[in-house]
Design a binder for this molecule. Structure first.
Ligand code: ZN
Ligand code: FE
Length: 255
């Protein structure tokens, strides 16, 4: 049976996500921003928490781990390169490793840039990827530890996932991301269409994710740094994609 997913808010603008395997009952929390809303969703669904899959070491993704672990005895999987910065880790993983949640299987992709050890959990059979703070809907994570080269490479890695892959990211930043993206890629009809769709979703009180890789490729300026027309639009005609990417990221930081 396919995986079941519940999406909800934690803290101010973090997404909480539960991933459930109906065959075995195994349930993973993707990151643990805050224990209480995760526990509430476990109560609502009746699911038992067996795993926490951590994308990176930041507090807004790890603060709930110890409380949840004490309560449910779940197994905590985290990036090997950041495990020393995360409390309660049981199992560390590297690029290419496989992680199981019941019968569901994830492939670990190292996607550094936001932090140096950041990882993505890609479940190819379920067409879903949990990208943490690497890729956002119409945005990408800030380069708090890594270089533009690193982040551009990570984004290209995510861009190569099948178009139908549904992306769950760490934060509800879509509205602000679109406002910025329109300053970079104003004449992109796909971005304009997404802006209208997102406005509608927010008016309905709905979440703006998941989004598919196929849609992001066409609308997210950070995934389009190697599109010649976009470079021309921002006055960087002919510049290497990584420089165009760094310029867009810099403008967003100052936006
Ligand atoms: Zn972060
Ligand atoms: Fe975050």
């Amino acid at each position: 049976m396919p995986a079941e997913i519940r999406l909800f808010m934690c803290l101010k603008d973090n997404f909480g996500v539960l991933l459930h395997d109906p065959d075995t009952g195994a349930t993973a929390s993707i990151d643990a921003p805050e224990a209480a809303p995760i526990e509430d969703m476990l109560k609502e669904t009746g699911w038992k928490l067996t795993d926490i899959l951590v994308t990176h070491h930041h507090h807004d993704h790890t603060a709930g781990i110890v409380t949840l672990k004490q309560k449910y005895g779940c197994r905590v999987t985290a990036p090997a390169k950041e495990a020393n910065k995360i409390e309660g880790v049981d199992h560390t993983v590297h690029d290419g490793d496989t992680v199981r949640v019941g019968n569901l299987t994830a492939k670990v992709l190292e996607t550094p840039g936001h932090t140096l050890g950041h990882i993505t959990y890609w479940f190819p059979d379920d067409n879903v990827a949990f990208v943490g703070d690497t890729l956002f809907s119409i945005g990408c994570g800030r380069l708090l530890e890594g270089t533009p080269e690193m982040m551009w490479k990570s984004l290209k890695k995510l861009r190569e996932l099948p178009n139908e892959t549904e992306i769950y990211c760490g934060h509800e930043y879509t509205k602000a991301n679109i406002k910025f993206a329109l300053t970079i890629d104003a004449h992109n009809p796909v971005l304009e269409a997404r802006a209208a769709q997102v406005q509608q979703l927010l008016e309905e009180g709905a979440h703006t994710i998941p989004v598919t890789i196929g849609d992001e490729k066409l609308a997210n300026p950070f995934l389009r740094a190697d599109v010649a027309d976009l470079a021309v639009d921002i006055g960087m005609a002919g510049k290497p994609p990584v420089e165009v990417f760094a310029e867009i990221r810099g403008r967003k930081d100052r936006f």
